[in-house]
Design a protein around this ligand. Structure first.
Ligand SMILES: Cc1cc2nc3c(=O)[nH]c(=O)nc-3n(C[C@H](O)[C@H](O)[C@H](O)COP(=O)(O)OP(=O)(O)OC[C@H]3O[C@@H](n4cnc5c(N)ncnc54)[C@H](O)[C@@H]3O)c2cc1C
Length: 426
């Protein structure tokens, strides 16, 4: 039986000392939400001399940034240099592509620059074929990354078996800029870095309203207000009613996580001996990593029963991973938790600028560790006063997605059966 709480709350270093926002404040830039997006935006803006205030409803990393599985896997799905150049022009398109291509490196270089204590493992991300039929698909993916200048490493079956420690894989590749980390420790470390760069960070301070007042924005929290030229909303799947169309611009899926009790060190040396992060090619991806104390961390998307009935899911996850690693058949789960993902219809992150000086950046489809870190910088650039047409990201039109509540309710129910059928052919 696992403890229903977030493992990282017991393993991450303490958050920086912060207080609730009280009284009246003035700033150049207010960031709403202290996850990876908001905090990297704040670091970027504050380090350029912009007076920056971050307000967070709970604490740094309360949202997806403190609950995720900790895989840093920069993904090609967000990168299309040709379409970026068409939409943004050559120079801005190249910058956008570069930000995403370098996103994994950016995570680990921020960790290095600010000495963030977060179990950082820049060991690479393995993408392995679970069947002979998906090897060719992996070869094409590896080649596509190589064309972007990433030194993708192709692995034949013997190498994939040696690196994973499992006979279940048929080949694959390694993204050298990927890896894994303790997500909450990373978020708290980014909060410390933002403060070090001169940003003020207030917690237990939800933004309750946003009003335009004499050419500025007035942000009201329960015990204080801020007047600022520019506002960056970075609330992703935890967006409340502050800006109603934003919370309806994407649909929500929930993801759950299990962490095991520490496994035997001798067994650990045989499974993922190089300590990479691992994901496979199943339609319902299996991903796995280990933390510093040899706890295996796994998860999946919440469906009708899976992720809701914890006892059933414990057995399901044990079977799912012992099919790849038979030695894990009796693994004991120690922790269980869950969180929300924001998914845009086109599965791409979107930057909005619905009014002068007001920006919002959301929708990472479960890949926010590298992506929110990289694109948070664009929000930070907006915060320094760079005009929207000069930002290295397209401004999307903010429209409520009418079927968002229906998709949020139905996709989790149908996804499992659809994926099980797709798995028959993959
Ligand atoms: C279980 C799970 C597993 C995942 N696994 C991975 C993974 O392995 N790899 C990966 O790359 N990505 C993963 N993700 C996705 C990733 O965590 C997110 O994409 C990323 O954290 C988004 O960061 P963010 O800063 O945009 O938003 P968040 O981290 O969600 O931060 C939003 C913040 O806004 C605050 N907020 C909301 N409303 C207000 C308000 N009115 N006023 C003030 N503050 C407010 C919230 O309290 C919250 O702290 C996972 C997500 C989940 C839930």
């Amino acid at each position: 039986m696992s403890i229903r709480s977030i493992l990282y709350e017991h393993t991450a270093p303490a958050a920086p000392a912060t207080t609730q926002l009280t009284g009246a404040h003035e700033a150049d830039f207010v960031v709403i939400g202290a996850g990876y997006t908001g905090l990297t935006a704040a670091i970027h803006a504050a380090s350029r001399g912009t007076k920056t205030i971050v307000i967070e409803a709970e604490g740094p990393g309360f949202g997806g940034s403190g609950r995720n599985h900790g895989h840093c896997v920069p993904i090609l799905g967000f990168i299309n240099p040709k379409s970026a150049a068409e939409r943004l022009g050559r120079e801005r398109g190249e910058r956008f592509t570069r930000l995403l291509v370098d996103s994994g490196r950016k995570v680990f270089s921020l960790i290095g620059r600010y000495q963030i204590d977060c179990e950082a493992a820049p060991t690479g991300a393995l993408q392995l074929a679970h069947s002979p039929a998906t090897v060719e698909q992996q070869k094409r993916q590896c080649a596509a990354y190589a064309r972007l200048g990433i030194e993708a490493v192709w692995l034949d079956r013997a190498e994939a078996v040696a690196m994973s420690g499992s006979e279940a894989f048929h080949g694959g590749w390694m993204h050298p800029d990927g890896g894994h980390l303790n997500p909450l420790a990373y978020a708290r470390g980014l909060a410390k870095a933002a403060i070090r760069e001169g940003a003020e960070v207030y917690t237990n301070s939800p933004a309750l309203s946003l009003e335009r007042e004499a050419g500025c924005w007035r942000v009201t929290c329960p015990a204080g207000t801020i007047r600022a030229k520019r506002v960056g909303i970075a609330t992703n799947a935890y967006t409340d009613r502050l800006l109603p169309p934003l919370g309806r611009s994407y649909f929500v899926m929930s993801s759950y996580a299990f962490a095991s009790e520490p496994i035997d060190p001798a067994l650990r040396r045989r499974i993922l001996p190089g300590n990479q992060s691992l994901g496979d090619t199943r339609p319902d991806v299996r991903y796995i990593r280990f933390d510093k104390a040899n706890r295996m961390i796994v998860g999946g998307l919440v469906e009708t029963i899976r992720g809701r009935n914890v006892g059933w899911t414990e057995d399901h996850m044990r079977k799912r991973f012992s099919a790849v690693y038979p030695e894990l058949a009796s693994v004991k789960w120690g922790w269980y938790w869950s969180g929300r993902l924001a998914i845009n219809m086109d599965r791409q992150p979107h930057l909005y600028n619905p009014a002068e000086g007001l920006y919002a950046l959301v929708g990472y489809s479960g890949r926010g560790v590298p992506t929110a870190t990289a694109l948070g910088e664009v929000l930070g650039e907006a915060g320094t006063g760079v005009a929207a047409p000069d930002l290295p990201m397209e401004i999307s039109e903010l429209r409520p997605l009418l079927p968002a509540p229906i998709l949020s309710a139905l996709v989790p129910r149908f996804r499992g059966p659809v994926n099980r059928i797709r798995s028959i052919w993959s």
